[in-house]
Design a protein around this ligand. Sequence first.
Ligand code: GAP
Length: 488
Amino acid sequence: MSTQSDNRFQAIISHAKEYGFVFQSSEIYDGLSAVYDYGPYGSELKKNIRDYWWKSMTQMHENIVGIDAAIFMHPTTWKASGHVDNFSDPMIDNKDSKKRYRVDHLIEGFAETLTEKGETQKAENLLQQMDALLAKEDYAELKELIVGNNMKCSVSGTCNWTDIRQFNLMFDTKLGSVTDEADTIYLRPETAQGIFVNFLNVQKTARMKIPFGIAQTGKAFRNEIVARQFIFRMREFEQMEMQFFVRPGTEGHWYQFWKEERLKWHLSLGVDASKYRYHDHVKLAHYAKEACDIEFDFPMGFKEVEGIHSRSDFDLSQHQQYSKKKMQYFDADVDTATGKPYGNYVPYVVETSIGLDRMFLLILSNAYDEETLTKEDGSTDSRVVMHIPAKIAPIKLAILPLTKKDGLPELARELMNECKSHFRCFYEEKDAIGKRYRRMDAIGTPFCVTIDHQSKEDGTVTIRYRDTMQQERVPMNKIKEIVLQQIF
Ligand code: GAP
């Protein structure tokens, strides 16, 4: 990361804390690594992103329904899904500092320094070699790549490495009161399995016909060894996943469909298209047939925000085998090639999986702006403004009576009462109006309304737009409509 990007990232992290978006978990005890809490504005923003995703998936697609499965699942779920045996990352330890690295992060970090030195071709070759070796799980050669290129530990500065080993990322705990007799169960590392095991319950009760989807949002847990970069990589995080069940043979079409559909969703939030790109996977996860990431240009460079995975019938077939319960769907549609119904089969699945916290970081990174303003008299001023899309902004409307007297607060309260059941409003009388605007800019409130003495005379108020800072005099009874138009 260049110094400039690093500074920007640090500024975003500080801003997130100062304005009540994100706090370190258990901060009074010096925090818990890679675990975070969301504050008053953060929890609103997070909820709004989740709702926006939920609505676009379920309400806007007649063939997608939602569920809310438990975090704890029968332990065999994770044996069947492959997570017990395969959900691990290759790690390497530096023998001198005892610092542990994820192998891909170590090599990517080294490649970044090469790029910064202008050795772009060398960096690209290195990454290609890494991808190929990871795909083959050739850990001896991967270690050779690290040692051969003299990659050093950032703490000890030495190249004294252990062999590469795999570490499972699942957290386990005990279910039951007597710990040594109790069953080991896992905190789910992805929400998807709650969907798979409920596939037939949902299909039958909601009377779904293939192709159809099941959507879910919820917490997932991974014991990330290298947990860093703020809320980008957390140990407790939230996912928004959708499994789309399709007829075998049509998965290629649906994979393309969801790849495009999901990018459209991102762009519908008004983010510049140049900040997104696809990254097709070379090394596929243990369940994947085809997979890509949607990457965003975060302050630390292009990184994954969402994955689109063609998972074949892997999960349902595995659950069928381990549970000995049929996971089949009866397709009554007629195959034009044979003239007969498609009949029973285990559906294929195309999955869309996005991290809510990562999407939150994307919104913060995209929204954060330090502006220099030139005033009419030529002097300059500055403001920090969060250009959060109006439809997901934590507060939509700030209602600000110019003074605390002369009946202005009463009028402002009237507007507050008219609007607060429709969208989140904020009322404030304290401080000069300029200061109040700045505070609202800092939390991304798209509209501020000032009520002054003229409002009492003619029923008009001043609406001020966050991004342009333009102000307009409008009838007070039009405010609700103006805001509603912008947030849906
Ligand atoms: N069910 C598929 C699955 O879980 P994944 O690529 O491992 O796929 C999907 O995760 C998304 O979840 C990622 O694109 C990312 O946004 C988010 N995610 C994964 N691990 C995360 C972590 N440790 N912290 C925050 N978000 C994470």
